[in-house]
Design a protein around this ligand. Structure first.
Ligand code: 5GP
Ligand code: MG
Length: 172
């Protein structure tokens, strides 16, 4: 595997993002929603750097496709149990690739009438976007390669790696 982002680089990127978010929300109460499963580590590192009145929730979504490049069919679990009506919401995902996942979840969440809704991703892949929406915040742009680690998986492996690495053909 080829390391693309080291643990230290990721940590700096998340600290930068936390400063930006804290300054933009300026003490207003926020609900941070993480998209399962890939955003778990990103979520836990970001929220511990946010000095704001904070609620945390999770959204289950999957677009299974293994390592292939075409988007799979998107399945989003019922979000109606999330108490986000009238709240400022920041939706977190691990990676923005085609954008299908984020765009689908954002549409679902809008129906719950949050006071505001923004999105943040750890990684934003170059040249793959297929939707009109772009993330409001991102930590890093990366080239169009399949990456694992820091929450991102291949067949549910590698999520625990502290860095982000490109998965190469001989790795699996
Ligand atoms: P999108 O819907 O933006 O095309 O894809 C977003 C989802 O696809 C992510 O939440 C992630 O689960 C998966 N994905 C896209 N690119 C990669 C990648 O390079 N590595 C991994 N592990 N997952 C990816
Ligand atoms: Mg995911």
């Amino acid at each position: 595997m080829r390391v693309i982002l080291t643990e230290a680089e990721i940590s700096e990127g998340i600290t930068r993002l936390a400063r930006q978010v804290a300054s933009d929300y300026d003490g207003r109460p926020l609900t941070v929603l993480g998209v399962l499963t890939g955003s778990l580590i990103f979520l836990s590192d970001l929220i511990r750097r946010l000095d704001l009145p904070l609620k945390v929730g999770l959204v289950q979504a999957s677009s299974y496709r293994g390592q292939t490049k075409s988007p799979g069919s998107l399945a989003i679990a019922d979000v109606s149990g999330l108490n986000v009506c009238g709240r400022h919401v920041l939706l977190l995902d691990d990676i923005f690739d085609t954008g299908q996942t984020l765009s689908g979840i954002v549409a679902e969440l809008h129906r719950l009438e949050p006071a505001s809704l923004r999105s943040a991703v750890l990684l934003w892949k170059e040249g793959r976007q297929r939707v009109a929406l772009t993330p409001d915040y991102h930590c890093f742009r990366i080239p169009d390669v399949f990456v694992v680690g820091y929450g991102l998986d291949f067949n549910d492996e590698y999520r625990h790696l502290p860095h982000v690495a490109a998965l190469e053909d001989h790795d699996h």
